[in-house]
Design a protein around this ligand. Structure first.
Ligand code: SF4
Length: 196
């Protein structure tokens, strides 16, 4: 029988019953029968490990995403196997592919409909910067119309690169203050995109 493969990134999360990884506990104080930590750390831990993707795939990068969801790369290991094609049930928008300027208002509408807190991953050169399509009809990066949290380089990025981007996003999510969405800075960011 093949040996189970360990996928965990951090060594201290390994070795639970041989091959099932546990999420790292946040920093805190532990005694007999109690564990105390910050509320924002607990919320960050839960959010980080339950990002629900909304795939917005328009071309080739979307095929790499399909591979990422498949059994070999197994996106479900990161708590993100639950895709939805309705933005109201997702909090991680993954934009993959060439975005034509005509598609811009649609993408923006999808972003607005995502539930808060929401995060955006620009997957591949086209979504990040227009890629090789420096033409009148192609948007030169989705950050012209919506805020982006993580950019994944490559044309096309391999599934490993997509997973690397998701891990980077998880670190952001884990460390984000639960008050950030009400902060003046965040409101200013949205206002700069004309989003209320
Ligand atoms: S970045 Fe490359 S692989 Fe991805 S959509 Fe653009 S042309 Fe296709």
């Amino acid at each position: 029988m093949a040996r189970p493969v360990r996928f965990n990134i951090k060594p201290k999360a390994r070795d639970y019953k041989g091959h099932i990884g546990l999420a790292d506990t946040p920093d805190g104080y532990m005694g007999e029968g109690f564990f105390a930590t910050k509320l924002s750390d607990v919320i960050g831990l839960a959010r980080k490990n339950s990002l629900w993707p909304m795939p917005f795939a328009t071309s080739c990068c979307g095929i790499e995403f399909m591979a990422t969801m498949g059994a070999h790369y197994d996106f479900g290991r990161f708590g993100s196997e639950r895709m939805a094609f309705t933005p109201r049930q997702c909090d991680m928008l993954m934009v993959m592919g060439t975005i034509a300027k005509k598609m811009g208002p649609v993408l923006r509408q999808v972003y607005i409909q995502l539930s808060e807190p929401r995060w955006v991953l620009a997957v591949g050169a086209c979504a990040s910067s227009g890629g090789i399509f420096d033409s009148y009809s192609v948007m030169q990066g989705i950050d012209q119309i919506i805020p982006v949290d993580v950019y994944v380089p490559g044309c096309a990025p391999r599934p490993e690169a997509i997973l690397d981007g998701v891990l980077a996003l998880q670190e952001l999510v884990k460390n984000e203050s639960i008050r950030r969405r009400h902060s003046e800075k965040y409101q200013q960011l949205l206002s700069s995109y004309g989003i209320q």
